[in-house]
Design a protein around this ligand. Structure first.
Ligand code: M6R
Length: 608
């Protein structure tokens, strides 16, 4: 949560930072702040609300200089206010810091610094960092940062500037921070960069790649416990280990994403754009090295206990994976939700295999699960979207799901890509890789046919009927039970309708009491062995007055509203969740909410 950016180059920093930050807004959108540095003077501006609601002209005015930082906040410590928004400075305004993450020992450090005479202006944990740098400033900027950071506990990434230096420093410990490098600057922007060589590099620091993708797809990854120092004077970049202070060699990697993938491209919202991209992304997810698929599926088969872990939507994919492996491969895999993993892993050994699923690869709960597993020497296989993310780097083997940047808070295309890959692995584990591939290629092509404007309009028609309801329920059985849970998350997070998913068979054990006349209930149906049972559950709801929405390959007399999905056998979770994503999107719009920025949430949950 929170997005941080830094820039050092040959163009005016403020507009670059503003644009970069807008692309990171999905990480936090309570408030924002910028700072630039010119002639040993800081220029700072802060505001409440979304940065995209602010005007670039107003913000850039009075922010001169070719280096600077920016921050988009998701409040953790201290209310949403201009004082609490970043950057934060030390007593004399010599150092400033933007920060993503949590400093766990900030209270004791704050007490200690106050006793030493430091004056605090905000309620944040972040503000102790510039004061600590100030405290050690006699060591010089780089060493002061190292010393300050050695006092901090928690997971975080910071970017810091010193008024007296031409350097921008970033530190990563548990929260993402990536460096973008643009080579061969052809031309300096108007009025700037006089005397700069045409071959000088531009550097970007950011919590996520889309922030600078418009400028470059060349990145250098910082690992945890590493510091990067970018020097404007020599235009050099150096990486250091925070553990032993030694310099580290880094490669530039091209991540192969195209800048257009991180833009709305004519869609009003990222969420709808990403839903529509599922026409292609399912096929891209299964575009894997088949030898790797065979090898890892053998490992899964032979492991002495294989587990899935993930959070939120990725967690629902894990649960679906449990069912898919059971049904397709006759293999027992348990799902442990990542936040509970540290409380339920004591029996694991070096023969255990953990499959971690995550879009961002930066979710704090998931990374903690990985750490706990690694302490037990468990092997980690990941299904992840972001190349070079913490999860990707910490895994023994990662499969990239190739969905391209997912920016809406609600996970849509990443979820179906993860489902496709899990299904492929299950088929491979059953010794039926070709059958699995054929099924998924057919599914991808049927999804392509399914998602069209007429289909969207039909679902919008349903949203118009039910958008004023305050409760909704979703039922599924077998492979579609996890999709009932996933449907509930989608509807809750963007429309704020209270939605709950149940296993169809559980209704009579309690939830049936919630059904009133006209309560919308969605039944997720596939042409499988539980079809009749789930239809019976729908009948039970209908006889209590419920309004039945059937998501199914065929219509049924119990449905009050039917949304047709293709019949794709064991790939039914993929096709059944897509209409619910579209429904959630339209419910949000009709209720006047911005589906890309749900209240209280952020895309990447990098705090515990
Ligand atoms: O990046 P991850 O896949 O690890 O994120 C996990 C969850 O935070 C995420 O799926 C969340 O539940 C989504 N907002 C749901 O749409």
């Amino acid at each position: 949560m929170c997005g941080i950016v830094g820039y050092l180059g040959d163009t005016e920093a403020a507009p670059v930072i503003f644009e970069s930050l807008k692309r990171l807004e999905y990480r936090g959108y309570d408030s924002y702040g910028f700072a630039t540095l010119k002639n040993k003077e800081f220029f700072i501006k802060k505001g409440e609300g979304k940065i995209s609601d602010a005007s670039i002209q107003n913000l850039s005015r009075g922010l001169p200089g070719f280096m600077g930082v920016g921050h988009s906040r998701w409040a953790t410590h201290g209310k949403v206010s201009a004082e609490n928004s970043h950057p934060h400075t030390d007593c004399n305004g010599d150092f400033l810091v933007v920060h993503n993450g949590i400093i766990e020992n900030y209270q004791e450090l704050r007490k200690e610094l106050k006793v030493k005479g430091h004056r605090f202006r905000s309620d944040t944990d972040t503000e102790i960092i510039p004061h600590l740098i100030e405290e050690y400033s006699e060591l010089g900027f780089e060493d002061a940062v190292k010393k300050a950071v050695s006092r901090l506990k928690g997971r975080y990434a910071i970017v810091t500037l010193s008024r007296e230096s031409d350097k921008i420093i970033g530190v990563r410990r548990g929260s993402p921070l990536i460096v973008g490098v643009k080579n061969n600057v052809k031309d300096s922007s108007k009025g700037s960069g006089k005397g700069l060589s045409k071959k000088r590099k531009e550097y970007f620091l950011a919590s996520d790649i889309p922030a600078f993708l418009k400028h470059t797809s060349n990145v250098m990854y910082l690992d945890d416990e590493e510091m990067v120092v970018i020097d404007r004077t020599g235009r050099g970049i150096k990486f250091y280990s925070m553990e032993n202070g030694k310099e580290i060699e880094k490669r530039i990697v091209n991540i192969g994403w195209d800048p257009g993938q991180a833009e709305k491209n004519g869609f009003e919202h990222f969420m709808l754009k990403e839903i529509m991209e599922q026409k292609d992304t399912i096929r891209m997810a299964i575009n894997q090295n088949m030898e790797d698929i065979e090898r890892i599926s053998k490992d899964i088969k032979n492991a002495f206990g294989t587990f899935f872990t993930g959070c939120g939507t990725a967690g629902n994919v894990c649960l679906a994976g449990e069912y898919i492996f059971s049904k397709v491969a006759g293999k027992h895999i348990n799902f442990i939700v990542s936040s509970e993993f540290p409380n339920y892993h004591h029996f694991m050994t070096d023969k255990t295999l953990l499959i971690a699923i995550s879009q961002s690869g930066e979710t704090a709960d998931l990374l903690e699960a990985i750490e706990a597993a690694k302490k037990k020497h468990v092997r980690i296989i990941s299904l992840v979207n972001v190349m070079g993310s913490s999860l990707d780097r910490k895994s023994d083997h990662s499969f990239l799901i190739n969905a391209g940047p997912e920016k809406a808070v609600a996970s849509t295309k990443a979820a179906t890509s993860q489902l496709a890959l899990v299904t492929l692995l299950a088929y491979a584990c059953a010794g039926k890789l070709d059958e699995g591939r054929r099924l998924l290629i057919e599914t991808a092509s049927k999804v392509n046919d399914m998602i069209n404007p007429r289909y969207e309009k039909h679902i919008r028609g349903l949203a118009e009927k039910i958008h004023s309801k305050e409760n909704m329920y979703i039922i599924g059985r077998s492979l579609n039970y996890p999709m009932a849970l996933e449907s509930a998350i989608k509807i809750q997070e963007v429309s704020y309708i209270h939605a709950q998913g149940f296993a169809g068979g559980e209704l009579k054990h309690g939830p049936l009491a919630l059904i009133d006349k006209g309560t919308p209930c969605i039944a997720l149906v596939a042409n499988d062995e539980v079809k009749n049972d789930i239809i019976s559950n729908a009948v039970e709801i209908k006889s209590r007055g419920g309004y039945i929405i059937g998501v199914a390959p065929e219509n049924n007399e119990v449905f009050d509203y039917w949304i047709k999905v293709p019949d794709v056998g064991n790939a039914s979770p993929i096709v059944n969740i897509i209409p619910i994503q579209i429904l959630a999107y339209h419910l949000a719009i009709l209720r006047g909410h911005d589906p890309d920025y749900p209240k209280n949430l952020a895309k990447s949950v990098t705090v515990k």
